[in-house]
Design a protein around this ligand. Structure first.
Ligand code: SF4
Length: 193
């Protein structure tokens, strides 16, 4: 959705794709399909730093012990470094996604940058209508019961009536990865996309 809106303005605008190296294969293939479909030329794949992985997660199993620390080295730090030099960025967050996003503003200022959330007040029905109007393909796992899709170890199916993000870190208090939190994911109490 957001990427389609972006193509109406600039197909070469920078798009930061955070690849935690724990994503579903379907997500990586979906990314390539969208790049081809929309003709995006500015997509940058952001990876965790090798030094951070060697120090904190040499076995790749940190998510089992400490999801906040895992999100920090695989999402928060890589994006923080990739955003250096930018004055503003755009996210695809929506208010309906979870109770934690219910009061989301369209314009925010965070970490000295403007953060735009142009879809903040869009409803599920509006998103569906826009997708149908423009024949936009959903992530292939949505039809399998995954309305919100993150990393493979931390994404579960969602039952009817649950928040769309209820399958993220199922069973834990954590509801955000930390990228969009005021302390930028440095929480140690499990609050931590
Ligand atoms: S969502 Fe899970 S696997 Fe992905 S970075 Fe966070 S803790 Fe690690």
């Amino acid at each position: 959705m957001l990427l389609h809106l972006l193509t109406q303005v600039d197909r070469g605008a920078p798009v930061l794709f955070v690849d935690t190296q724990k994503l579903f294969g379907e997500t990586l293939r979906y990314r390539e399909a969208l790049i081809g479909r929309f003709g995006l030329t500015g997509v940058r794949t952001i990876l965790p730093y090798a030094d951070d992985l060697a120090t904190a997660d040499p076995q790749g199993s940190l998510w089992l012990r400490d999801t906040d620390a895992c999100c920090h080295i695989r999402k928060v730090l890589p994006l923080e470094r990739a955003l250096e030099g930018f004055d503003a960025w755009i996210t695809g967050r929506k208010r309906f996604q979870s109770s934690g996003r219910a009061d989301l503003d369209v314009f925010e200022v965070a970490e000295g940058r403007i953060k735009l959330n142009p879809l903040a007040n869009w409803s599920v029905a509006q998103l569906k209508e826009y997708a149908e109007q423009h024949d936009l393909p959903p992530h292939p796992m949505v039809a399998q019961g995954y309305p919100s899709i993150g990393c493979m170890p931390c994404t579960d199916k969602v039952a009817p009536g649950e928040d769309p993000r209820a399958g993220r870190w199922r069973g834990a208090e954590k509801i955000e990865c930390g990228i969009h939190l005021p302390t930028h994911g440095r929480e140690i109490d499990g609050s931590g996309i």
